[in-house]
Design a protein around this ligand. Sequence first.
Ligand code: DX5
Ligand code: ZN
Length: 219
Amino acid sequence: MSGPKKVKISPSILSADFSDLERSIEDVKSTEWLHLDVMDGHFVPNLTFGPCVIDSIRDKSEHVFDTHLMISNPGGYIDDFVDAGSDIITFHVEAVDDTQNLIEDIKGRETKVGLSLKPGTEFETIEEFLPDIDLILIMTVEPGFSGQEFMEEVVPKIKNARKAVDEKDYDIDIAVDGGISPKTAGKVVDNGANVLVSGSSVFKGDVEKNLRGLRNSIE
Ligand code: DX5
Ligand code: ZN
């Protein structure tokens, strides 16, 4: 039995201070997960970082490393991201032809696997893979940049995901990513999300105060 899950926060380091990443990570040490946004300038119109950055922060943190691959051909890089210390590897269903095959590759490396959906991708696209995955990452902005506005129209997808997961009692986390702040967190949690990815709302300004605000908003 999986049952209701405690809500976890996964701060996205994309909004952190890259000149002092170690301090930024220390600032969020009270959170369960750390969200690592990998972009390739091809699947999304932005570039971020790759496995070497993840590898270099692995021993600075006890977080679950929640790696979000926004790249074309994610299957070509799984070993690199596993070796760098990812605990969960999430890829976009829009980026691959053979989703099942890649799920199996990641699981074969004893790493958890997530599937991510852009705002325009229907939940039904991933329904057949639910027995094999650990995480659904629902984008509530177009992937590519932090600091964008939450897309309200994605909320029914969160609800559909929660319904499908609970109906079969799957042990799957449901994460939301994009524009999550104290203003939007309550709504996504009420609709079934149990992991909150948040970048700018956590790292801009007083991090401790921001985290408190986010936690209070879902109590
Ligand atoms: C966007 C990334 C997000 C981003 C979230 O493509 O996947 O994880 O960092 O940033 P905020 O919380 O500022 O929308
Ligand atoms: Zn992300």
